[in-house]
Design a protein around this ligand. Structure first.
Ligand code: COA
Length: 172
């Protein structure tokens, strides 16, 4: 198992993860929609050649298949270039084995090295595993938006979390 930056050849696996986890409906706002593989490949290409502020990491299993992903989108304006937001997902068979932690560590190292001040994310209040991972990685709750989603017949709050760059002691 390993974590690395995505390459264009990973596009089909990445699209499959977005599709599969979206269809589970319990974790992502997306309900199974996913971009065409060619569009995803172009996006990864733009990340690789530096023309996109987004970074995508993938996690692979023992067979070297891509089974997880974490996308980090840095703000593209002067107003918000000090921030980034992230989203992540693993295929069901890859969960609970430390891959989410490994993806997060890689992404936060990049953010810290790039002097990103604040990394934010959004998670359903019902997603206990994700909440545990985020707390473990230094994220704290910034806001809770009640009744923001309706999932499986119940209203669910959106938890907005953020983690500050520990090296940025220059910020008041
Ligand atoms: C959420 C997700 C990314 C976490 O990744 P993961 O690889 O499964 O998590 P890890 O194995 O790295 O474990 C991270 C922490 O979560 C907690 N955790 C993991 N599995 C758990 C379980 N079955 N029950 C309760 N807590 C659990 C633990 O605190 C663990 O840290 P520890 O092992 O050091 O104690 C992954 O489960 C996933 O993709 N889930 C579906 C999609 C999703 O929820 N995406 C996030 C949307 S905001």
């Amino acid at each position: 198992m390993a974590v690395r930056l995505a390459i264009e050849a990973d596009a089909a696996d990445v699209v499959e993860i977005i599709h599969q986890v979206g269809r589970e409906e319990r974790y992502l706002v997306n309900e199974g929609e996913a971009p065409p593989v060619a569009v995803q490949a172009r996006q990864i290409g733009a990340m690789s050649n530096g023309s996109s502020p987004t970074r995508l990491w993938v996690a692979t299993d023992q067979a070297n298949k891509v089974v997880g992903m974490l996308e980090m989108m840095r703000g593209s304006f002067r107003k918000n270039a000090h921030t980034a937001t992230l989203a992540m997902a693993l295929m069901p068979s890859a969960r609970g084995q430390g891959l989410g932690t490994a993806l997060m560590q890689a992404a936060l190292k990049w953010a810290d090295d790039a002097s990103v001040l604040k990394v934010s994310l959004s998670v359903f209040e019902t997603n206990e595993v994700a909440l545990a991972l985020y707390r473990k990685c230094g994220f704290v709750v910034e806001a809770i938006r009640t009744h923001q989603f309706f999932i499986g017949g119940k209203y669910v709050a959106e938890v907005q979390m953020a983690r500050w760059n520990p090296a940025r002691t220059d910020v008041p």
